[in-house]
Design a protein around this ligand. Structure first.
Ligand code: FFO
Ligand code: ATP
Length: 295
């Protein structure tokens, strides 16, 4: 998308311009909606041990409960999308700046060595991340004498079955729009080398900056319904456990209108809870580790 450019700073400026001007259309990904999807099977293991007729009855009850949850999620998504659409553009811009400023000035952000972040899409009315990305790519972290840039990984959707990878980028001149019209990295860099997948990296990330539609102060997160983030987050948390790494902080960026009353967001066993929220009025730590780190 962007021409190969020698000057790193210029590339970053171009990237920011691209992100700011890129108009994502709202795609309709073909999410599997059938009751026998992988996720709904994960949620009813007990029925397999029962006789066929009993198992069918159990599955029906559990499936209808799941159907209810997915319906409630759809209704809530529509409501929040409507609220986001009617948000005053000046307020949105003010909140974008406030959230990014809070993050850029936070000690836990400054000291982070590796992070996963989303590339915000204005058509989806997501909290802007362009300033954060710009900062990460332009400012090496001071580590004694040496200056190391933070390792940055951004999402790339690989298929419609909830599979998303987080790939390393250090320059952004080959970001391309995917089928949902969201900017994402090509799987190989300009030299033809595979980009590093965070799941295969030797070093952990300490921070994940997450998008979403709705959040509450108990850590519930309502995504866009693709299951991409929940699937990725549970795999990454498992990897961190296996490798004895510290768990990364899961921090969602939220406009004020996206924070809903506790208990309103329905959850299934597959939903991964977040550690903290960053809203325009400040940090909202949820887990003990977030209280300790953020405040
Ligand atoms: N910036 C960004 N990148 C991301 C995500 C994200 O939420 N934000 N994802 C997080 O998963 C993955 C992509 N998932 C997506 C899921 C849905 C839609 C979308 O356009 N949804 C429409 C409704 C579509 C429908 O219901 O049929 C919408 O939300 O209005 C876009 C991306 C990976 N990259
Ligand atoms: N009615 C349904 N019955 C069974 N499975 C469904 C139904 N609706 C959605 N799903 C599946 O559930 C998963 C997504 O559900 P969920 O509501 O947890 O996503 P999300 O948390 O909004 O998304 P993300 O994790 O990407 O932010 C997908 O795998 C989707 O295919």
């Amino acid at each position: 998308m962007l021409r190969k450019l020698r000057s790193h700073g210029f590339v970053v400026q171009q990237l920011v311009a691209v992100i700011m001007s890129h108009q994502c259309t709202i795609a309709r990904p073909a999410f599997p909606r059938n009751l026998f999807s992988t996720r709904s099977r994960i949620l009813r293991p007990s029925s397999y041990a029962l006789p066929r007729s009993a198992a069918l009855a159990t599955m029906t009850t559990q499936d209808s409960h799941l159907e209810d949850i997915f319906t409630q999620k759809r209704v809530l998504r529509s409501k929040i999308k409507k609220d986001l659409r009617s948000m005053d553009p000046a307020l949105r811009s003010h909140e974008d700046d406030a959230i990014q400023k809070l993050i850029l000035e936070a000690p836990w952000f400054k000291s982070s060595k590796g992070l996963c972040a989303y590339i915000s899409c204005s058509a989806l009315r997501e909290v802007d991340t362009s300033k954060i990305l710009q900062h990460v790519l332009q400012n090496p972290t001071k580590d004694g004498e040496t200056q190391t840039p933070k390792r940055l990984y951004v999402p790339r959707v690989e298929d419609k079955n909830c599979y998303m990878r987080m790939l390393n980028i250090s320059e952004m001149n080959d970001l391309i729009a995917n089928s949902m019209n969201i900017l994402e990295p090509a799987p190989v860099d300009a030299n033809g080398n595979d980009r590093e997948d965070v799941m295969l990296a030797n070093e952990p990330v300490d921070l994940l900056l997450l998008p979403g539609l709705g959040f509450d102060k108990t850590g519930r997160r309502l995504g866009r319904g693709g299951g991409y983030y929940d699937t990725f987050l549970s795999k990454y948390k498992q990897l961190a456990t296996q490798r004895n790494w510290k768990q990364p902080l899961l921090i969602a960026l939220s406009y004020s209108v996206q924070i809903v009353e506790e208990g309103v967001i329905p959850v299934t066993e597959s939903d991964v809870f977040i550690d903290a929220l960053v809203s325009p009025s400040g940090f909202i730590p949820i887990t003990p580790v977030a209280h300790h780190t953020l405040l």
